[in-house]
Design a protein around this ligand. Structure first.
Ligand SMILES: C[S@@+](CC[C@H](N)C(=O)[O-])C[C@H]1O[C@@H](n2cnc3c(N)ncnc32)[C@H](O)[C@@H]1O
Length: 337
């Protein structure tokens, strides 16, 4: 079951997973929401807004998140769900990074921008009962989800706090490891988050990032609609000082902030039919749709047509979807003199 685009009272599409994305996009269809409520429309189109808006009262999962929009991907409830799934999708790569930098028993670790789950479980397992993991996250909604997750898993060595990665309020020169995944690519002034991470890591402590660099996806055969959508994403990012290319310069950023022995690792994947991340661009369009339109970056009709073309292309098993390039980079503070 996937629900797209519940924001500003406008539901863009809500589709039963039994429906193909293309069918749901092209046609009005019946849909079943997570609470089992059955509705009569499903269209990736504002023409469906009236009926879908009526449906909001019945389907809690489609309710507006009233929180201020602090970062690129926003705080739709669907985005929080996606981030919880993403934690599983990226777990192996993050586990590799934590093993590589030596997160180990008894250490104190901070995860900045942990979202509703992030890497808290992976870190908690590595530091064990004598260590501690602090998650710092600005979204109240994400923090309460993360706390629920931590409690449900019995992660007694994890503490999740509301806070900003630019000014965590945590002790200086204190932590063995400070780590962040997929935060810098979403926020303006990412260097301020790096400065804070370096400041709270102890002398000799490790700072480790897992970031990405554009393009979000490479498609083959190429698709004009995706090229145009990419232009819109870039126009929005430029306007809001978000650096889609942070991944490629994150190692340099770490060196510029005084870290030593900086190393990096690159990861890319193929997303075949059925892979959750194959539809990532569609999820991101749903997150940003209202902002694209409100800021005059694209007309509604054009965005609908582009999205429909993209969905159709992604549904074709012969379309190859190559992931963005993930870059992991890490280094350590100079040791105490
Ligand atoms: C793409 S999500 C990644 C979540 C998590 N790190 C993961 O990999 O699953 C980005 C997260 O960064 C958080 N974020 C945004 N601005 C931030 C800031 N100034 N300081 C710390 N976190 C921030 C968002 O609230 C969101 O939870």
């Amino acid at each position: 079951m996937r629900c797209y685009g519940a924001s500003s009272g406008a539901v863009r599409a809500c589709m039963d997973s039994a429906l193909s994305l293309g069918e749901a996009t092209r046609n009005a269809e019946r849909f079943v929401c997570p609470k089992g409520v059955v509705g009569n429309l499903c269209a990736y189109s504002p023409r469906a807004v009236g009926n879908a808006g009526d449906h909001l009262g019945q389907c809690g999962r489609l309710s507006m998140v009233s929180e201020p929009d602090r970062y690129f991907l926003g705080y739709r409830e669907a985005e929080q769900d996606r981030l919880q799934r993403q934690a599983l999708e990226l777990a192996d790569d993050s586990a590799w990074l934590f093993d590589r930098v030596g997160v180990s028993s008894g250490q104190s670790v901070v995860e900045v921008g942990c979202g509703p789950r992030g890497c808290l479980d992976l870190l908690a397992a590595r530091v064990g009962p004598t260590g501690v993991v602090i998650g710092v996250e600005p979204s109240d909604e994400a923090v309460s989800r993360a706390r629920e997750y931590v409690a449900a898993q019995g992660l007694n060595n994890v503490d999740v706090r509301v806070g900003d990665g630019r000014d965590t309020g945590l002790d200086r020169d204190a932590f063995d490891v400070v780590t962040t995944r997929l935060v810098l690519v979403n926020v303006p002034r990412p260097d301020e988050l790096v400065a804070e991470a370096v400041a709270i890591a102890r002398p000799g402590g490790v700072v480790a990032y897992h970031e990405v660099t554009w393009p979000l996806h490479i498609l083959d055969p190429p698709l004009d609609a995706w090229d145009r959508l990419s232009e819109i994403f870039h126009a929005y990012a430029d306007r809001h000082s978000v650096d889609f290319y942070i991944g490629r310069r994150v190692a340099r950023l770490l060196r510029e902030h005084g870290l030593l022995d900086v190393e990096a690792n690159a990861i890319s994947r193929i997303y075949p039919i059925g892979h959750a991340r194959r539809m990532l661009a569609v999820d991101f369009i749903a997150n940003l749709r209202d902002r694209f339109i409100d800021e005059g970056l694209v007309e509604v009709d054009e965005l609908d047509a582009l999205t429909a073309a993209l969905l159709q292309h992604l549904e074709d098993p012969n379309t190859m979807v190559i992931s963005n390039l993930f870059i992991q980079a890490w280094g350590h503070n100079p040791p105490e003199p």
